[in-house]
Ligand binder design. Structure first.
Ligand SMILES: Cc1cc2nc3c(=O)[nH]c(=O)nc-3n(C[C@H](O)[C@H](O)[C@H](O)COP(=O)(O)OP(=O)(O)OC[C@H]3O[C@@H](n4cnc5c(N)ncnc54)[C@H](O)[C@@H]3O)c2cc1C
Length: 411
């Protein structure tokens, strides 16, 4: 059995570590900020199995000009960062061609088919159960035409995975989620969505399970490199490790380690914002997507989280929390009773590839190294599946079904 290092203790790193431990390997997860709040803790907490469409697709491109007109809308670009973002954006456009988008959808469908079962299994590996709640989700629309278009497409996707979708008028939607007292034209209910327990709690439980097994350590990785006798890791504090194998699972920060290992990748941050109200006065009975405005509201036990949106920007650029306030303001059109005070704002970095397909891959020239990053909007949903696949790859199992996720596509 091998000693395997994992850079990054977010969802990808933890899910991979738990699977590798199960196979009998010795594992060390290196995490620089174990008390921090990365994407893995601030996300919307939704198991979003129905979402098999890549972001880069023809109809999405049609919406982009309208969205860009609103500086606090569903999509913005931080224009100072445009030069650095240009290669990613060019590839995004290229990936939106119908044929390519169809391939990406096929690849996502492959991962999504096992996502729920993989989470049940991951929970068992960490000693966690009952962490997903079967709620379904509602998407509300401002026009009947928009609802009907989305319904037709969601119904087609649902058939592929075995979910059900229903077209609802505003009255029926309000019966199911009474807090939706404002005006809207109709809704779509999709029973394929589930809610996780509070995302911070979920990640901390995975990390605790790893600490108990002495597989999680505090370390800020400065550099990694291939040596004859193993994969070397050096930390900012000057510690040195040599592992038999290494998994890079450091979210958007993975890109610097990809470069250390002699490879290229297009990985940028789609930054998202949200507000969390603890013990909220507004109760939602299920997650509600306001897709035309690019955000979602998720009810957790004792908390309500409202957020989403995409801000293409450098990971280190200052946060613009007016974006979180804009989503709260928009939500009051639909949920007039939403409280004004007492929420906590957060900004998080979705690690995103331009084709919306994560990197779940061995190094093409060095099978001692594996990659698990780039899950964009769907990393909570796909973390358990990714961990299972990466552990198999690291253990030497060959799987041609994982070819679409290879890092080779960026070389
Ligand atoms: C607003 C928002 C809402 C979302 N909602 C959902 C949702 O409802 N459902 C869903 O499926 N997904 C959702 N996501 C996406 C999901 O949260 C991410 O895809 C996922 O958390 C990415 O996990 P990760 O482990 O790859 O990266 P991260 O969570 O970023 O973790 C990477 C870890 O690596 C560590 N690290 C980085 N550099 C180093 C270093 N040098 N040394 C040591 N450690 C290092 C970091 O500290 C961090 O802990 C959402 C994301 C956002 C932003």
């Amino acid at each position: 059995m091998a000693h395997i290092g994992i850079v990054g203790g977010g969802l990808m790193g933890c899910a991979t570590a738990l699977h590798l431990l199960e196979q009998g390997h010795s594992v060390t997860v290196l995490e620089r900020d174990a008390g921090g709040l990365p994407a893995s803790v601030g996300n919307a907490g939704i198991l979003a199995v129905p979402e098999i469409d890549p972001l880069a697709r023809p109809d999405m491109l049609l919406s982009v000009p309208k969205w860009l007109l609103d500086p606090l809308g569903p999509l913005t670009v931080r224009w100072q960062d445009l030069p650095a973002l240009t290669p990613w954006l060019m590839k995004f456009l290229f990936s939106a061609r119908p044929g390519k988008a169809a391939q990406s959808r096929e690849a996502m469908l492959f991962l999504m088919r096992t996502a729920e079962a993989d989470h049940v299994r991951l929970g068992a590996l960490a000693g966690v159960s009952g962490h997903m709640r079967d709620t379904g989700a509602l998407t509300v629309f401002d026009s009947v035409a928009a609802r009907d278009k989305v319904f037709a497409h969601e119904a087609e996707n649902a058939r592929l995975i075995g979910h059900n979708v229903e077209k609802l008028d505003a009255g029926e939607a309000r019966r199911r989620v009474p807090a939706l007292k404002g005006a809207f034209a109709g809704a779509v209910f999709n029973d394929g969505y589930k809610i996780f327990e509070y995302p911070l709690t979920f990640l901390r439980r995975l990390q605790a399970a790893l600490r108990e097994r002495e597989a999680f350590t505090d370390a800020n990785v400065a550099a990694v490199g291939q040596r004859e006798n193993g994969i070397a890791v050096r930390t900012e504090g000057g510690r040195k490790f040599i592992f038999d194998r290494l998994v890079v699972a450091a979210g958007v920060w993975s890109r610097r380690f990809v470069a250390d290992l002699g490879l290229k990748v297009l990985l940028e941050t789609e930054r998202g914002y949200n507000t969390t109200f603890m013990n909220p006065s507004t109760v939602l009975d299920m997650p509600v997507f306001f897709s035309e405005h690019g955000f979602v509201a998720t009810p957790f036990e004792n908390a309500l989280r409202i957020g989403g949106a995409v801000e293409l920007a450098s990971p280190d650029a200052p946060a613009n929390y007016r974006r979180a306030a804009a989503m709260r303001r928009k939500m009051r059109r639909y949920v007039p009773d939403l409280q004004e005070e007492g929420g906590t704002e957060w900004m998080g970095r979705r690690p995103s590839t331009p084709d919306s397909i994560p990197v779940i891959s061995l190094h093409p020239r060095d099978p001692r190294v594996a990659f698990a990053f780039g899950h964009g909007h769907l990393g909570l949903t796909l973390s358990a599946t990714t961990g299972r696949h990466v552990a198999r790859l690291v253990s030497g199992e060959d799987d041609s079904a994982l070819a679409p996720f290879s890092i080779a596509r960026f070389q």
